[in-house]
Design a protein around this ligand. Structure first.
Ligand SMILES: Nc1nc2c(ncn2[C@@H]2O[C@H](COP(=O)(O)OP(=O)(O)OP(=O)(O)O)[C@@H](O)[C@H]2O)c(=O)[nH]1
Ligand SMILES: *[C@@H]1O[C@H](CO)[C@@H](O)[C@H](O)[C@H]1NC(C)=O
Ligand SMILES: *[C@@H]1O[C@H](CO)[C@@H](O)[C@H](O)[C@H]1NC(C)=O
Ligand SMILES: *[C@@H]1O[C@H](CO)[C@@H](O)[C@H](O)[C@H]1NC(C)=O
Ligand SMILES: *[C@@H]1O[C@H](CO)[C@@H](O)[C@H](O)[C@H]1NC(C)=O
Length: 453
């Protein structure tokens, strides 16, 4: 095609020399043509791929899908462990969605001290999660806004969450429905006060939570740290495998390998504070499957079949256990235990507060070839949820993902043949109850008819 003879519309007004102008306009034309050819269907996909220039155009054409951008919900600072915070965030933003409002970007907490308010160390949501990616991935479903988006023409409406036994789920939902009426809806901001969102009544199905979690992508700096830790684990795996004969032929002449070495990640929930907590829960709920000792975890992991040994076992444990070398001994032949210290990645983690350390460990576990956790831990529960989502995305509902390297197990529950029980999240559940508080009713089945959005 000869572009030089094309007539450009009059509205492109040139203040430059004709030849420069032509080149300039031609360049724009080629760019537009390329974009149209590469992304023939405008809409969400287009919007996700392109830079901020396209956002306004896309927003205008799809605004009827979206929550309102001029009405907001504000929530109290989000606290406790990483995954309690993620659940609290999701509950807050699903509440905002119910009210057809944007959620004002909340503060998370960098530290695990939750009893002393002054030690909470607020940290902005966008220090950990990528705000723009969140909004584009969840576009048309929910939206996080900034305080600078506020017009401040009216004072916020303060909504006090009820508490106590008389404050039932129904009353809570009625209160939210009232907020959709004009007398409250006219306020620019509804500020929810009182309880931290994790403790609110839960009105939303698991698949809505799953959609929110899918939009939570780490900021680039932290994602790079995750990649460093995973490469280190796989590097050690390759070295260990090359020491034994079976893997020799997997090695190329230059010492590289085509297949990255697989690894198992184990969330060993055996800290002292957890052991006290789980014993209490076992008594209260009359379930004897909540606590597992170090020895029981090792025994269970040894029963997992189908993976060629030697294999690296990454132990996701709290720092307090790193000093106690005993978690590294007692593993069966061919299972090579590593934690942050032995892996040589302590310095990567040490730079960061609790919340970020935990977020890195979460990703390392979530992307492992095999994950083994405790079905009464939210940390383990959300990892299994993310792995189940990946499996459903791949169209797999059988065998818990053993054949594609995404199997998950619970070491606190005995499965078939003396090993840990295979574990997938039931995506059709009507609330997050079993993930936020734990369950012993797990199976290798996820109702895949509950399609993700
Ligand atoms: N438990 C604990 N974990 C820590 C700490 N510092 C970093 N982590 C990492 O965070 C992960 C577990 O996070 P938790 O805070 O225990 O998990 P959670 O999200 O609160 O979920 P639960 O397991 O239900 O308590 C572990 O794998 C650790 O590597 C710490 O001081 N205590
Ligand atoms: C939210 O409000 C906008 C504007 O009033 C509307 O177009 C949209 O359908 C509403 N969304 C929901 C989920 O109700
Ligand atoms: C509205 O108030 C918030 C603080 O509450 C401030 O951050 C924001 O910039 C204000 N917006 C405008 C437009 O003044
Ligand atoms: C606890 O469970 C066991 C069986 O698992 C049962 O025999 C026992 O009666 C239960 N105790 C209480 C207090 O419910
Ligand atoms: C266990 O989970 C399955 C699937 O999620 C559910 O259908 C069943 O009712 C649950 N059983 C109990 C006893 O809660």
């Amino acid at each position: 095609m000869d572009f030089t003879n094309l007539q450009f519309p009059k509205l492109i007004h040139c203040h430059m020399k004709p030849i420069i102008c032509r080149c300039f306009v031609l360049m724009i034309f080629i760019l537009v043509l390329r974009t149209v050819l590469l992304y023939p269907f405008p809409g969400v996909h287009w919007f996700q791929q392109r830079g901020s220039f396209w956002i306004s155009a896309s927003t205008a054409s799809n605004s009827q899908l979206d929550v309102r951008r001029d009405k907001f919900v504000e929530v109290p600072q989000i606290v406790w462990g990483l995954n309690n915070q993620k659940i609290a965030f999701a509950r807050a933003i699903l509440t905002a969605r119910f009210l057809n409002r944007t959620l004002l970007m909340p503060s998370l907490s960098a530290s695990l001290f939750y009893k002393e308010i002054d030690l909470l160390e607020p940290i902005s949501f966008d220090k950990l999660f990528h705000l723009e990616k969140f909004n584009s991935l969840c576009y048309g479903f929910v939206h996080v806004g900034r305080y600078s988006d506020l017009l401040n023409q009216t004072k916020p409406f303060e909504l006090q969450k009820g508490s106590g036994r008389k404050w039932t789920k129904e009353r809570d939902l009625n209160q939210l429905k009232q907020c959709k009426e004009h007398s409250i809806d006219k306020f620019e901001v509804i500020r929810i006060v009182g309880k931290h969102p994790f403790l609110w009544h839960d009105h939303w199905p698991v698949k809505d939570y799953a959609k929110i979690f899918e939009c939570l992508v780490l900021v680039d700096v932290i994602e790079n740290e995750v990649m460093k830790v995973i490469s280190r684990i796989r590097e050690i795996g390759v070295k260990e495998r090359s020491k034994v004969d079976i893997a020799k032929n997997e090695l190329n002449s230059d010492g590289s390998v085509d297949q990255p070495a697989p690894y198992i990640a184990v969330h060993m929930r055996i800290e002292k504070d957890w052991m006290i907590h789980c014993k209490k829960r076992e008594k209260k709920s009359n379930i004897s499957q909540i606590c597992s000792s170090k020895e029981e975890v090792m025994e269970m992991v040894a029963h997992i079949t189908g993976l060629q040994r030697p294999i690296v076992v990454y132990l996701a444990v709290a720092d307090s256990l790193l000093e106690d070398g005993s978690i590294l001994s007692g593993w069966k032949d061919g299972l090579l235990p590593y934690e942050k210290k032995r892996l040589g990645v302590r310095d990567i983690y040490k730079k960061y507060p609790y919340l970020i350390q935990s977020a890195i460990d979460y990703e390392v576990c979530s992307r492992a070839d095999v994950f083994v956790g405790n079905s009464f831990s939210t940390f383990s529960g959300l990892i299994v949820l993310s792995r189940t989502q990946k499996l459903i995305g791949m169209g797999i509902t059988r065998a818990c993902g053993i054949d594609v390297g995404l199997a998950s197990y619970a070491y606190n529950i005995l499965g078939e043949s003396g090993g840990p029980k295979m574990w997938m999240t039931d995506m059709s559940a009507s609330s997050l109850q079993s993930i936020s508080y734990g369950t012993n009713n797990i199976s290798c089945y996820s109702n895949s008819k509950a399609r993700l959005l």
